[in-house]
Design a binder for this molecule. Structure first.
Ligand code: CA
Length: 190
């Protein structure tokens, strides 16, 4: 449903009509006022006024740009056939990432960030890539490799790679960790 609405909203420029805001607010963790503010921010990123933005534009959002995983995070925004992001998909992804989203929404976003090759599983290599970007030089490559292998081995029900369930279970009791990386404080005040 969100996808089909995307095409509709992407053709709309200027302020959103109240009924559009109401429809959008049913699916996201933002208030109607916040949605209007985010729409203004979206339009500023959409400098050519086409109603859609490219993934690179997301790097201009400071709240995302300061995240160590920003290069991965921009990949979880759903795009249309041309690889562009509509306002609906922009809003729905920011909503998953926002501090107001539920743990299950954040876990869903986190899983997509970890699962770089999008095969529905998180491998030790994929954990290694994420950890490397997050810990910087605080750990040696060997240490990161060991932690990644051990984590996946312990958490994966097949001992090889984590399914969505394995992943959720691993982070279920570590909500703070997920929140610190995937709980983005989106500025929604003009
Ligand atoms: Ca994968």
């Amino acid at each position: 449903m969100l996808r089909s609405m995307g095409a509709y909203y992407s053709s709309e420029l200027g302020a959103l009509r109240p009924e559009e805001v109401t429809a959008l607010s049913e699916n996201v963790n933002f208030s109607p006022k916040e949605i209007q503010t985010l729409y203004v921010r979206f339009q500023k990123l959409d400098r050519s006024g086409t109603g859609v933005i490219c993934r690179d534009s997301l790097l201009k959002i400071p709240e995302l740009a300061m995240n160590p995983l920003v290069d991965r995070i921009v990949n979880i925004f759903e795009t249309d056939e041309e690889g562009n992001i509509t306002f609906t998909s922009f809003l729905s992804c920011l909503s998953c990432l926002s501090i107001n989203s539920s743990l299950s929404e954040k876990l869903s976003a986190a899983f997509r960030v970890y699962d770089a090759n999008n095969d529905g599983y998180v491998s030790a290599d994929e954990v290694f890539e994420i950890l490397s970007q997050m810990v910087g030089s605080n750990m040696s490559e060997d240490q990161i490799r060991r932690v990644s292998n051990d984590t996946v081995k312990a958490a994966a029900s097949d001992g090889q790679r984590m399914s969505r369930d394995d992943f959720n279970q691993l982070f279920q009791d570590r909500g703070d960790e997920i929140n610190s990386v995937f709980g983005v404080k989106i500025v929604t005040i003009e």
